[in-house]
Design a protein around this ligand. Structure first.
Ligand code: AVI
Length: 341
């Protein structure tokens, strides 16, 4: 057993597994996306330094109910959630960010076991190090093994773990914040199958998912009065200008949001406010825009319970239990790993 007084560095390991799970690159994806009809760019590129900070600001907006609803569920139900996987447990978090909300679950686990192994995965080693050192300072019973990598590379590295590294504990994997909503149905299925392959039967995966609701609530959450989400969207063009030698005039693109009822998703677009040509020196590329032509920059899928249990079933899990906030806007879904056939 580790001493209560062990210093954080003894309890912290940071791995940089070889990238290769996600072979795409910004330059190649921007070229492909701007040559597509209709034009489209992957939302994962929103999150440069400024984009990550703008997203944190979004989480504080009155219209963006998701973060508050998620916080409410964690405050009220963290203990029940942790207890639904028979312990002792270790916690893996996919996309840990600042890990602020995770504290509720860490604390709940530490009520039931003297020590906890927490395994955060994030693309940014800076935020991994910052958040890990903070957590280690607060919780003497915590040990952290962090993976600075994209999800797929980290999942592969975790899948190769020797059984001893699990120390006979069940795993609760976390995929919070409705990040599942930014994948298309096929992408979410391949991602969840990959998660399933590193879990053992009876391990759990907690999936945060935003629920279907009226467009009058959804659209303002993605098109706020202050224009923070508009800045978040247009920052993608600023990033292209900086990193790929582009000359997008950001003022000439408007943030547009629709709720696509048929697909059950919020869509974000950037619409050209006139005919224009943009040059990307770094890609040796010129792109023409017609008036009103759009770049589709993000989907944010909203779910109902039938879709969530189908998603679990299709990917080797079963939906064991769902928790809601008091206004039933958001859900936490415990997927348990079914035995592999
Ligand atoms: C990170 N993700 C879950 C957010 C969402 O709600 O789809 C990203 C976001 N885009 C605009 N606002 C928030």
């Amino acid at each position: 057993m580790r001493s209560e007084r062990s210093k954080p560095p003894d309890r912290f390991t940071l791995h940089h597994p070889a990238l290769g799970g996600d072979s795409s690159s910004f330059a190649a994806d921007v070229r492909t996306g701007l040559l597509k009809r209709p034009k489209a760019l992957p939302p994962k590129y929103f999150y440069d330094d400024l984009g990550s900070q703008l997203f944190e600001a979004i989480c504080r907006l009155p219209e963006y109910y998701l973060t508050r609803a998620e916080g409410e569920i964690l405050r009220d139900s963290a203990d029940e959630i942790v207890c639904s996987i028979k312990g002792p447990v270790r916690i893996i978090e996919l996309g840990s960010g600042s890990a602020e909300k995770t504290r509720f679950l860490i604390e709940a686990a530490l009520h039931h076991q003297p020590e906890l192994h927490y395994v955060p995965v994030d693309i940014s080693d800076v935020s991994l190090e910052r958040s890990s050192l903070e957590l280690l300072h607060i919780y003497p019973g915590l040990r952290i093994t962090a993976y600075a990598a994209d999800y797929f590379s980290a999942l592969r590295a975790l899948g190769k773990e020797r059984i001893t590294e699990r120390e006979g504990k069940r795993t609760i994997a976390l995929f919070l914040g409705s990040n599942i909503g930014n994948f298309d149905p096929e992408e979410s299925r391949s991602f969840l199958r990959e998660v399933r392959s590193m879990l053992r039967p009876d391990d759990g995966l907690l999936v945060g998912a935003d629920l279907k609701k009226a467009a009058s609530v959804l659209v303002p959450a993605y098109n706020d009065a202050l224009g923070v989400t508009a800045a978040f969207n247009r920052n993608l063009l600023v990033r292209i200008n900086r990193e790929l030698g582009g000359n997008f005039d950001v003022q000439k693109f408007e943030h547009r949001v629709i709720y696509n009822e048929e697909h059950g998703r919020i869509e974000a677009h950037l619409a050209s406010l006139g005919a224009q040509t943009v040059t990307l020196r770094g890609l040796d590329l010129e792109i023409g825009f017609e008036p009103g032509e759009t770049i589709h920059t993000e989907n944010s899928y909203k779910f109902d319970l039938d879709q969530l249990s189908e998603l679990a079933r299709d990917t080797g899990f079963s939906l064991k239990r769902t928790w809601f906030d008091s206004a039933r806007r958001f859900s936490f879904n415990l997927f348990t790993a079914a035995g592999l056939s």
